[in-house]
Design a binder for this molecule. Structure first.
Ligand SMILES: O=P(O)(O)O[C@@H]1C[C@H](O)[C@@H](CO)O1
Length: 324
C-alpha cells in the first residue's frame, strides 16, 4: 500500500440514527413510496450530492472514470497510487457489502496517472437491496465528475466456446428483471440525472468495444476474449439446466447476477459504459453432468486472472483518458 495511502476509519461525518445494519435504509425520507420491497427507498439528488461531497472533501482526486469490481476482481483497487480508501460503512447512506470476494470499499486514486474511483465490491439484489440501492453508487460517480463507467463481473459461460478464465466484452444485455417489473429507474424521475424514458440500444459504447477488442489483440489474449450478451438474474440460486438452455436459445452468452441495473443507471445519467465479464465457470446445460456451480470456483477463477484483468482495465483507462 503506498505510503500516502490513508484509510478513513472515523465515524461517518453525517450522523445516521442507530447502528447501520446490512439492510438498513438510511435515505428513507427521500422516497414517497417506502412500502415496496422491490422499489425500496429512493436517493434524492441532494443525498447523492452529500455522499459525493463526503468523498471529494477527503481527497484531491477528481475522477473522470468510475470502475466497479466484480466478485473476486477487487484486486485492482490495491494497485492504485495516491489512494484514499473509504470502507462502505463509513460513507453516509451507503449499504454494506455482504458477499465473499467483495471487500466493501470505495477507493479514489490514480491508475497509471489517471484519476479514478473504484468500487471494491458492489451491491446485489439477492443481498436484499432494491435495484435503486444496488446502482446508487453509479450516480455518486456521476456527481463526483465521472464521464465513464467500467463495470466488471464474474459470470457463467453459456456460449459453448467460452472457457474458464476467458473475458467476454459485453456488447448487450437482456434485462430479464425488467421484464418482471423491476428496474432501477422505477419511481420518481429527477431530470437532473436523466430523462424519464432513456434509450438502451448502444448502451455499451461501440467505440469502447472496438478499443477493447484491439487491446485484447495487442495483449496477446485475443483467443481468450469474446464479445457477447450478458443476462442478470436475481440470484442467489444458480440456474437450472432448463433455464440455461432457454437463455442460450434466446442469445445469451454469459449469465450473472449484477451489472445490468448499473448500466441502465449509468446510461440514464449519460455515462459512457464499458463492461466485461470474467468467465469463472462453464454453465451446466447437461442433465448427466455431476458438476455444480459454486461461489468458491468463481472467486478462485478471479484470483487466477487478476493480473491480466488489472492490466486490461488499466490499459482501457489509459485509452479512455486519451479520449477525454
Ligand atoms: O458481483 P458479480 O456479478 O461479479 O458476482 C457474481 C454474481 C454473484 O454475486 C456471484 C455468484 O458466484 O458472482
Amino acid at each position: 500500500m503506498p505510503e500516502e495511502t490513508k484509510v478513513f476509519l472515523e465515524t461517518p461525518a453525517i450522523p445516521i440514527s442507530g447502528k447501520k445494519q446490512a439492510n438498513s435504509f438510511s435515505a428513507s425520507s427521500d422516497s414517497p413510496r417506502t412500502s415496496s420491497p422491490t422499489l425500496g427507498e429512493h436517493y434524492s439528488y441532494d443525498t447523492i450530492e452529500e455522499i459525493s461531497n463526503y468523498l471529494l472533501s477527503r481527497t484531491h482526486i477528481r475522477p473522470k472514470i468510475g470502475i466497479i469490481c466484480g466478485s473476486g476482481l477487487g484486486h485492482l483497487g490495491e494497485t492504485l497510487s495516491d489512494a484514499t480508501y473509504f470502507p462502505y460503512e463509513d460513507i453516509p447512506h451507503f449499504p454494506l457489502s455482504t458477499v465473499v470476494g467483495h471487500a466493501g470499499r470505495m477507493v479514489l486514486g490514480t491508475l497509471n496517472g489517471v484519476e479514478v474511483m473504484v468500487m471494491q465490491g458492489r451491491f446485489h439484489f439477492y443481498e436484499g437491496y432494491p435495484l435503486t440501492k444496488c446502482s446508487m453508487p453509479v450516480r455518486v460517480m456521476k456527481v463526483c465528475g465521472c464521464t465513464h463507467l467500467i463495470t466488471t463481473n464474474a459470470a457463467g459461460g453459456l456460449h459453448d466456446s467460452y472457457q474458464i478464465g476467458d473475458i467476454m466484452i459485453v456488447k448487450d444485455h437482456i434485462n430479464i428483471m425488467g421484464f418482471a417489473g423491476n428496474n432501477p429507474l422505477q419511481g420518481p424521475n429527477d431530470p437532473r440525472f436523466g430523462p424519464r424514458f432513456p434509450p438502451m440500444n448502444r448502451a455499451y459504447d461501440p467505440e469502447l468495444i472496438k478499443i477493447a477488442e484491439n487491446l485484447a489483440n495487442d495483449m496477446g489474449i485475443k483467443d481468450e476474449t469474446h464479445t457477447g450478451v450478458y443476462i442478470c438474474l436475481g440470484g442467489p440460486s444458480y440456474e437450472t439446466v432448463s433455464e440455461l438452455r432457454m437463455w442460450r436459445m434466446l442469445g445469451v452468452d454469459a449469465v450473472g447476477m449484477s451489472t445490468v441495473h448499473e448500466v441502465i443507471t449509468a446510461r440514464h445519467c449519460d455515462l459512457k459504459v464499458f463492461a466485461f465479464s470474467l468467465i469463472t465457470n462453464k454453465c451446466i446445460t447437461d442433465y448427466d453432468s455431476n458438476g455444480e456451480a459454486n461461489h468458491a470456483e468463481v472467486i478462485s477463477a478471479g484470483a487466477k486472472r487478476q493480473d491480466v484483468l488489472a492490466t486490461f482495465v488499466t490499459r482501457m483507462v489509459e485509452k479512455i483518458n486519451e479520449m477525454l
